[in-house]
Write a protein that binds this ligand. Structure first.
Ligand code: BES
Ligand code: ZN
Ligand code: ZN
Length: 525
């Protein structure tokens, strides 16, 4: 039984991790002698009958073990369980103090074309998530979870739901530690079930790393600290190179440096390499790493500005993706490029109307210093292309406009490749973390090339189609034929749109990008 301790965070600190495991082991020996705190989550399918229960394979076995008591108790209530609903039963057997039965929706649920999602998998995530949160609320701290016919989705649901960013709170104010494991002992195909469970944990852990980085306050997560955490988290399986300001100057990254110059925090350019196979044409990942976006001299309104600690979401999702793909040991070669800096107003900050020069020699009139993401990405995209990548995928919390267009429904994707788009959409159908294609028309390019003093302006004139003009701006720095730009500002935080992610920074679309790379790795084998 693969057990994993979840207190939300893939712990940074080894001492804390050991203490945590020790605590959980202590609790385990206590609970096995007292038969306390141990719980089981079981799945049932939605059916309209009020005299039969449609159990999953695991639930059926356990129901038999307790002489049909679960079915009997559930059927005492007239109303059948509907998708997303749970019922918790106590005192059923000596091993588990609580058994939560959770409804995982209709048996035949699968791909839904209009929703562009695998509903079956998504229902499992939501159903197990609800159950484990209820059990944590009840004080249960060791939970076995039904693989529900898709053990990967089941593992994702509980590991994503149990995440909480409370490392800055007093211990007594934190969510209790919960150990979750797969209830594989009731299944024939234990090996495969454990394998899927492990994959689900790795996928969720990657997203949880992204969430943690995004949630961290900007005074603690400076560009330098971001690099430190990435080294700590990734260097066992990846090579991590931390470049400084002098290096960026030597590379003539005038666009990136023009953003960093308003802050006393030194910029950092991170380069990460995962070599799961020998190849001269790596997949390039690029992530916007603005650890705080005040807007600079074009300063933002103060209301809600705290959320701009998450403006390194692209960078965080790149780190989370590398965390997962390296642990899955995917046979791919990936190189990541992460420009990190703060966007602050100061005496040395870039001023509206200033002209800066990017690495490829293009000049940019900075009409609005709050459109800084595209400025740092311009140089990162140019640099990434020196490595002859087979494809470039960038992620950035780039525009408020993409939030207006798509909200938290999907990340906006701008790409010059229909083939890449298809693969990315396939990945997102599986993960439930959706993407939606947006246009890269010349119409938008015209808006950013119309400029008084330079080759490009950084805002594209009026307010219309802000996400499209931002993408058109980035396009000016890309020559690669397989380029995907993901504007993730709309999915940056979760206000309740995804039931198995708590409120706060979402870490979306880390799992989708991991799955996308997984698809590519299978095809190129
Ligand atoms: N970081 C913001 C975009 C953003 C908005 C991210 C909301 C997450 C949530 C970006 O740097 C920005 O400020 N963009 C401006 C561009 C405008 C000045 C052309 C925007 O969207 O308003
Ligand atoms: Zn901005
Ligand atoms: Zn920004």
């Amino acid at each position: 039984m693969a057990a994993s301790v979840v207190r939300g965070v893939d712990k940074i600190n080894a001492t804390a991790r050991h203490k945590c495991i020790a605590r959980s082991l202590l609790r385990r020996s206590f609970s096995s002698s007292m038969n306390l705190n141990k719980a089981l989550v079981l799945g049932v399918y939605e059916n309209d009958s009020s005299d039969s229960i449609d159990f999953t394979g695991t639930a059926k076995k356990f129901n038999e073990k307790v002489d049909g008591k679960i079915a009997e108790l559930l059927l005492r209530v007239k109303k059948p369980l509907k998708g997303g609903k749970t019922r918790t039963l106590h005192g059923l057997d000596s091993e588990f103090s609580s058994v939560t039965v959770t409804c995982i929706g209709k048996k035949e649920e699968g791909y839904d074309e209009l929703e562009t999602v695998d509903k079956g998998r998504e229902s499992i995530r939501a159903a197990v998530a609800k159950a484990v949160l209820e059990l944590r609320e009840l004080g249960e701290n060791e939970i076995e979870v039904d693989p529900c016919g898709d053990t990967e989705a089941s593992a994702e649901g509980c590991h994503l739901a149990l995440f909480s960013y409370d490392e800055l709170k007093a211990v007594k104010n934190r969510k209790p530690t919960v150990t979750v494991s797969c209830a594989s002992r009731f299944s024939q195909d234990k090996g495969n079930i454990e394998k899927g469970w492990k994959k689900g944990i790795i996928l969720a852990d990657g997203q949880n790393l992204s969430r943690r980085l995004m949630e961290m306050p900007a005074n603690l997560l400076t560009p330098t600290k971001f690099a430190d955490i990435v080294k700590e988290q990734l260097s066992s399986k990846c090579e991590v190179i931390v470049r400084d300001k002098a290096w960026a100057e030597s590379m003539k990254m005038g666009s990136f440096l023009s953003v960093a110059r308003g802050s006393v925090e030194p910029p950092v350019f991170l380069e990460i390499e995962y070599k799961g196979k020998q190849s001269e044409t790596p997949i390039a990942l690029v992530g916007k790493g603005v650890t705080f976006d005040s807007g600079g001299i074009s300063i933002k309104p103060s209301q809600g500005m705290d959320a701009m600690r998450g403006d390194m979401g692209g960078a965080a999702c790149v780190a989370g993706t590398l965390h997962s793909i390296s642990r899955l040991e995917l046979p791919v070669h990936v190189k990541a490029f992460i420009p990190l800096c703060e966007n602050m107003p100061s005496g040395s900050a870039t001023k509206p109307g200033d002209v800066v020069t990017a690495m490829n020699g293009k000049t940019i009139q900075v009409d609005n210093t709050d459109a800084e993401g595209r400025l740092i990405l311009a140089d990162a995209l140019c640099y990434s292309q020196q490595f002859n990548p087979s494809l470039i995928l960038d992620m950035a919390t780039l525009t408020g406009a993409i939030d207006v267009a798509l909200g938290a429904g999907a990340a906006g994707v701008f790409t010059n490749s229909a083939t890449m788009w298809d693969k990315l959409q396939q990945a997102s159908i599986r993960t439930g973390d959706r993407v939606w294609r947006m246009p890269l028309f010349n119409h938008y390019t015209k808006k950013i090339t119309k400029c008084q003093l330079a080759d490009l302006n950084n805002i594209g004139g009026g307010r219309s189609a802000g996400a499209c003009t931002a993408a058109a701006f980035l396009k000016e720095f890309v020559t690669n034929k397989n380029w995907l730009h993901l504007d993730i500002a709309g999915v940056m935080s979760n206000e309740g749109a995804v039931s198995y992610l708590g409120k706060g920074m979402s870490g979306r679309p880390t799992r989708t990008i991991t799955e996308f790379i997984n698809i590519i790795s299978k095809e190129s084998q």
